[in-house]
Structure formats: structure tokens, C-alpha cells
Design a protein around this ligand. Sequence first.
Ligand SMILES: *[C@@H]1O[C@H](CO)[C@@H](O)[C@H](O)[C@H]1NC(C)=O
Length: 474
Amino acid sequence: MTKFEVVFITTPAIGQLVPIVEFAHHLINCDPRFSITILIVTLPQRPLVNTYVQSCVATSASTNINFVHLLPVELPSPDQLQSSIGCISLFAERHKPHVKQAITNLVATESDLDSDRRLVGFFIDLFTTSMIDVANELDIPCYLYFQSTAEFLGFMLHLPVLDTQLTTGLAELDTELVIPSFVNPVPPSVLPSVMLEKDGYSFFLQNARRYVETKGIIINTFSELEPHALNSVSTSQVPPVYPIGPVLDLTGSAQWHPDRAQHERIMRWLDDQPPSTVVFLCFGSMGGVSGSQVREIAFGLELAGVRFVWALHEPHKAQFGLSDDYMSLEKVLPNGFLERTSKIGLVCGWVSQVSILAHKAIGGFISHYGWNSILESLWYGIPIATWPIYAEQQINAFQMVKELGLAIEIRLDYREGSDLVLANEVERGINCLMDYDNEVRKKVKEMSKKSRVAMMENGSSYVSLRALIQELVL
Ligand SMILES: *[C@@H]1O[C@H](CO)[C@@H](O)[C@H](O)[C@H]1NC(C)=O
């Protein structure tokens, strides 16, 4: 039987890597003829990535997924560049010779082992487009795995056109942007922060320009969720787009949880709460909130008087760093908060978000609005109140609230350095989120069903994945 080999490379961030690994599993489950190699870029500043990879390696013995660590490369020094995107893009570029070598080795070993193996695709992501050169040199079809929304993909694809129309930088822009993948004009206040920096913008543009050079774009979404955006990117100038989601890591992260005891404690606590009554607050692996903001949230929770689980991290200190769990909760939380709320709430550090969302006690989610979190929450039919922090989260929040009516607005344009969200705004957001008659809650429940149907046999994402497989093995 012919075997089909596929290679992946991704930006070294947990939010980018986990979906890739999950997609790899999904592809193999769908078609066992595939065998997958994931090239790992090592960035010591991101220890969570390494913890995750170690756990994958430990559990993947029986699967057809291999992890290959690329030789280490020096990170461009921060003073040469302003933005993290610039740094990540150049960092990726420096890996080109190692990637070429790794793929060449792979092909060589395989032809020794088994002549009936074919390397059929090299998958890159948002910020590793410089790898298209490697694919071209080795003559391997290159695909883009886009780890965000179809609306944002449409935005990236439109960026080269927008660039010719702009007379100022995006930061100085005072009019709303008309972007084909969005139904409504997009206010500049919801654009990603790094895009507002000159150098960040140019690296977005540089990566975006190259998306059309790929043979296909795989996106973790489903057509029932983003029909307008997916329609708008289906043009002859764009390679075929395959919406294959939601592909989710529904069990994995609990297995590599750095603190199992805490994880079990949270689960036992949730078991004792009535269904759909607990608000879960979590701001992602890199998005902590400042001390004064923490206190406003705490007061807001007390005002609302709801049950809650709050995953609380400090803002990350170093560029590319993860947010740390606060060492001393008593110091950052208002005096007596933990005692006063001990019967209704739980404050904890890093958690397995998806296990918590899956618990029947959870009734609402206050989230930083990363794409994986949105998909997970929709899957379990949990409405979200928006609290974007970094990356493209503001524009995600805009989409879910204004375009799709699938989320409650706390803030759309919150980011580092924004005005604090005050306790009464938090309280109002929570009350709206936990209102069982809210229209948003009903729509989220319906979309939850659609997300599951999309993945079933003959569902839209199932059909789309089949089409991709046909294309790969051709
Ligand atoms: C999927 O579609 C095929 C072809 O139309 C059909 O034979 C099959 O029964 C369908 N499966 C389900 C679960 O509906």
C-alpha cells in the first residue's frame, strides 16, 4: 500500500502548535495511509511548547506522527526589530537550511525503508511563509494551515490590495476599513496591535502576500459558522480553501497538565456545583492581566455574586514568554476576597481549559478570545463574553459580537495599556452572560449543534477534508 508522508512546520507557540498536532491526528484518523512529521522549532523562552512536545512524543508511539527537532537557531536580537511578528518571521527564515536538510533526510531514510512512500505536502502557517522557498527548491506542494478565522484570512488576503490604497499607517487611520470577508466595516481599533506598528505591519504584509503561492489553504473553521467570509475567499485568485474544523484537542491538554493535583481539585469542585451556573474566566497562555485590572475583576465578580472558576496569570514579563501564575494570590486580589468567595469561587493557575468548558457546571466563559478558545466554547455551547488581549483577538471579538451575534460584549478593543474594565462593567457583562433568556445563548447552542454536524460523515468539514485528501494523494 502506498504511504503518504506530510510535513508540518509551525510558529513556536502553544496556540499554533496544538491545533497542528490535532489536525495531524485527525488526518490520520480519516485516512491511515498518511504518516506525519512535525518539525519543531525550539524557543527556550517557550517552555510550555517543549513540555507539550515531550508529552506528545511519549504518547505517540503507536501513531504515525513523528516529531523532529530542528537544530537551534539564534533569535534575532530585539534591538534590530520592534515587533514580535518581525522577530518570529525572521526567526523562521533562519531555519530554512535546517528545514531543507530535515526534509531531505526524511525522504532519504524513507526511500531506504519503503519505496512506496511519497512526500505529498509541506504545511506551513501564518508566519512561516519563507518556507515556501524550501518547498519550491525541493519541489514539494506547499499548503498553508491558517490557525485563525476565515474572516481574518480574508483580511490577510486583502492586505496587499489595502496596502496600495492606504495613504497613512494603520495606526493613523481614522476611517473604518471595508474588507470583503467582513459584512460590516472594520474599525481600526480592533486591528491587531502589532499591525499598528510599522515593522509589524510590513511583516504581516510580507507573509500575507505569499499565501496565494500555496496550493491550498486549510482553515480550522466550518462553513455554517463563517459562510460570508468563506464565500468571499473563494475566488480564482486564491488557492482552494478547505474549512475542516472544528478540529479540537478535546482530551489532550488534561494529559499534560503541569499540575495534575490542581486539575483534579477543580474538577471535583465543579462536580458539586449545579448545572450551567459557573462562570469560567481564562485569558490564555500568554495573556495575563495587570494587578489593578485583577482587582476590578474581583470586585465585579463579588458584585455579580456568581459562582466562578478564575484561571489567573500574571502578564508575561519577557517577549515570547508565557504568563506566570501569580505567586501570591493574596497580594494581588483585594483584601479578604478569597475568604468572602470561598463558597462560590475558585481561583487557580494554568488550567486545562477544554476540560473545564466540557463540565456541565459551566454556564458562561469570559475569554481572551483566541480562536481555539472560541471553537472549544462553541463546541460545548457555552456563550462567551469578550475580553480580547493580544494577537488578533480584538478582531475575533468584533466578528463574534458584531458580525455573527454569537458573543456578549465586555470590550472589543481592550489591549495592553487600555483603560481598565471597571468592576461595574464586569458585573454587567456577567449578568448578561448568565441571563438564560439571552438570544446569544440560544444562537450559541444552535451553532454548537452545527459544529458537531459539520464534523460528522458527510458534514461540510468532513466533505472538505475528503477533498483535501483527494488533492494530496492525486
Ligand atoms: C454519506 O453519503 C453517501 C453518499 O451519498 C451515502 O452513501 C452515505 O450513506 C452517507 N452517510 C451518512 C452517514 O449519511
